[in-house]
Design a protein around this ligand. Sequence first.
Ligand code: URA
Length: 211
Amino acid sequence: MAHENLTIVEHPLVQHKLTLMRKKSTATGEFRQLLREISMLLGYEITRNLSVSNRPIETPLMEMDAPMLAGKKLVLVSILRAGNGLLEGLLELIPSARVGFVGLYRDEEKLRPVEYYLKMPRGLDDRLVIAVDPMLATGYSAAAAVDRVKRAGATNIRFLCLVAAPEGVDVMAKHHPDVPVVTAALDERLNEIGYIMPGLGDAGDRMYGTK
Ligand code: URA
């Protein structure tokens, strides 16, 4: 199935770093460093079409009109906990971004995400919001997080991940067809317990050394 909502960032540096992250021999510290680097490269791609307007400045030599980002500061929304890995690098790239957090856990009976934490900046209606989670697996928590972002007033939303499963991309397209998804890779499938194959394992555990 064609994924019209999906952009895959095929830049060689992104692909190389992702391969290093996938390797099971890559230890926690290196994994985190790679995630920080790759999130900056993905951030560069996802912000490619932000608008700029010229402002008068003075260089040491003369005055000029030079481009600066236009409009309100953008908002990054981290889907806890693994989203924080992408968030860190993105904040290095866009230090003035506002930040929101969505915490969801999976109800094992109903297999649906349940909210345990929500904090959003104000004034989302006229800002670009980039929701981040390294792994777009079933897509249920991504879709539920974007529900919350929309309920908080956002109308211009993008979703950024590192690895996506076709199932998750389809769930996002069905629930949020207006939200473009940007990823470094579209993997083969989900396994029977919802992990992306071949994937890179549990992103949170690999980032924080919790396994
Ligand atoms: N979350 C992860 O961290 N990894 C997966 O493969 C799927 C969901």
